[in-house]
Design a protein around this ligand. Structure first.
Ligand code: ADP
Ligand code: MG
Length: 564
């Protein structure tokens, strides 16, 4: 494998890359850097997102600039403010040992006068979004007369966003431009056209298949009905406890609403979209990078080019209108050699769009079952146990509390302690998921079938969980066809039970299987249990007269009026 030293870069840049932890150049860097250093004028670099295109153009640029000349020589144009800042940040890292070089970011939504002042200070490199740059050109606040190098980063995105005229305007306003370097993940015809018009015999470097996404990404999709999209999203988040991800929506309103809903339900999430002020956007991005937000929900425009490391999941709340946008969304994960998962939530009528996307992505898409409530609880349990086992107790002064803890827990078994810790952690999940419905839409299933399958079980899946959910919660999953009995028991929610824990309790006590149970009605003081008549006696025998927290349990057949 080749190293940065072998690429012919300035020694100071080699040193900087090694300080940044770059060991080997990525394929696009390995191929583009020597070509650009050799004086090649025009270049088209096509590579999937996350493959290191920023360094592929920044490093040669810094190598060939005239450091001692304090006027703008290179212009990097990119679609969004976030990307602008990201590119500047990388360049600042690279030029660590090249003190003479200055770089400025120019983008909308921030003070233009400060940016003008920075430019006047004598910069060699300007990184800009098209809109603000044109503003500056029109105000004659930036001099592009001596710009030799123009880089168009994420060119496909800029065209998708309607910046074609702006880009042409910019190219037309760089009179002595010698080199144009265009980088893109995809090569739609519009880019071909721009390159024909403004580039001279460009060298074309394609890494991997053009128009493909990264093979480090696992593409998965889940089929549900349109009205269960939100529930499905929530369940998938819950099924992935360690998730660090970006959710994409098509509209700002969706991003905002879902963020608000999930926040109310206790998730660490915030929205990134065009209606936020610049400081708001910065705050959200910072929190997400710092990981104080676990999830970011964004529109495509707002999330363009964002490079956040180690994103585990990208979730398409809806498929994008434009199939090429999919590659950009999925490219937020699986970056720089790590692996990631890109999930799409679709409804059955969208299968054809998925096929179109699959064609472009040229990677297998895996159909997944939406996990059941039980699956989610199990997953959360395992995650929690793992967290408990790995908890770091090396720092705090826990030792000194041990005697106190031991005394307090002297009469309670380890098993009990664990159960209670689990209860503290899992109440929310167990309550929410105990009667959660099946959200999958299955092939060949008609509406009525689906309604039957989901009936009753869906109810408590919504926000009316707890009291109302418990009372309404019809259970459809009875295996038995025969007669049922209704049992009364003098235990209720006041005893600290909720439905799932109560169910577990009576099953444990009676050694019966869940299938014998029907509907359970819980009140504060008492509950009623519907049960297969054949199992009723065993349940009564096992519970009636036993003790719970020092109180005698009474259980009898509710309909025979049999109070003893
Ligand atoms: P692209 O523009 O192709 O989507 P980026 O330039 O944003 O990709 O790079 C993706 C990530 O990979 C960045 O975090 C960057 O710092 C990192 N990276 C780039 N080149 C290397 C390298 N040679 N070695 C290690 N990490 C790299
Ligand atoms: Mg990039």
């Amino acid at each position: 494998m080749i190293t940065f030293e072998q690429l012919g870069l300035d020694d100071r840049l080699v040193k900087a890359t090694s300080e940044l932890g770059y060991i080997h150049p990525t394929p696009i860097q390995e191929q583009a850097i020597p070509v650009l250093l050799s004086g090649t004028k025009d270049l088209i670099g096509l590579a999937q997102t996350g493959t290191g295109k920023t360094a592929a153009f920044s490093l040669p640029l810094l190598s060939i600039l005239k450091e001692d000349k304090k006027y703008p020589q290179a212009l990097i144009v990119c679609p969004t403010r976030e990307l602008c800042l990201q590119i500047v940040k990388e360049i600042v890292g690279f030029k660590k040992f090249m003190k003479e070089i200055n770089v400025v970011a120019v983008y909308g939504g921030a003070s233009i006068s400060l940016q003008i002042r920075d430019i006047k200070r004598g910069v060699q490199v300007i990184v800009a979004t098209p809109g603000r740059l044109i503003d500056l050109i029109e105000r004659k606040a930036v001099n592009l007369e001596k710009i030799q190098y123009v880089v168009l980063d994420e060119a496909d995105e800029m065209l998708n966003m309607g910046f074609q005229d702006d880009i042409e305007f910019i190219l037309n306003n760089t009179p002595i431009r010698e080199s144009t370097w265009l980088f893109s993940a995809t090569m739609p015809p519009a880019i071909r056209k721009v390159s024909k018009k403004y580039m001279d015999n460009p060298v074309e470097i394609t890494v991997g298949k053009a128009n493909t996404v990264n093979t480090n990404i696992d593409h998965q999709y889940y089929v549900t009905s349109a009205q269960h999209r939100y529930e499905t999203l929530k369940r998938l988040i819950d099924f992935n406890p360690g998730i660090y991800g970006i959710i994409f929506t098509r509209t700002k309103a969706d991003a905002q609403n879902i963020a608000e809903k999930l926040t109310r339900e206790g998730y660490d999430i915030d929205a990134l979209h065009g209606d936020l002020t610049q400081p708001q956007r910065d705050r959200v991005m910072k929190q997400f990078r710092d990981r104080s937000l676990q999830l970011l929900i964004a529109t495509d425009v707002a999330a363009r080019g964002i490079d956040v490391k180690e994103i585990t999941h990208v979730i398409n709340y809806e498929l994008p209108d434009d199939v090429e946008v999919y590659t950009h969304r999925s490219g937020r994960t699986g970056r720089a050699g790590s692996t990631g998962i890109c999930i799409s939530i679709i409804h059955s009528r969208e299968s054809y769009r998925l096929k179109q996307i699959q064609k472009i992505v040229q990677a297998p898409f895996n159909k997944m079952e939406i996990p059941s409530g039980k699956d989610v609880c199990r997953k959360q349990f395992f995650y929690f146990m793992d967290k408990l086992l790995k908890a770091d107790v090396s720092h705090g002064d826990y030792e000194s509390y041990v005697p106190m803890l031991e005394e307090r827990f002297a009469d309670i078994s380890k098993e009990e302690v664990l159960k209670r810790v689990a209860a503290l952690e899992f109440d929310r999940f167990l309550q929410y998921y105990e009667n959660a419905g099946d959200l999958n839409v299955r092939q060949g299933e008609n509406r009525a079938d689906r309604r039957d399958r989901q009936m009753g079980r869906e109810r408590s899946d919504h926000s009316d969980r707890g009291e109302r959910g418990a009372r309404n919660g019809k259970r459809d999953n009875r295996d038995f066809q025969g007669e049922t009995a209704r049992l009364f028991i003098n235990i209720g929610t006041k005893d600290g039970f909720y439905k799932a824990s109560f169910l577990q309790f009576i099953l444990d006590m009676s050694d019966l299987r869940k299938e014998v149970l029907g509907r359970i009605d819980m009140k504060e003081m008492n509950s009623w249990v519907e049960i297969d008549k054949k199992a009723a006696n065993q349940m009564i025998r096992s519970l009636d007269g036993k003790k719970f927290k020092g109180r005698k349990i009474r259980m009898n057949d509710a309909d025979s009026g049999g109070r003893r």
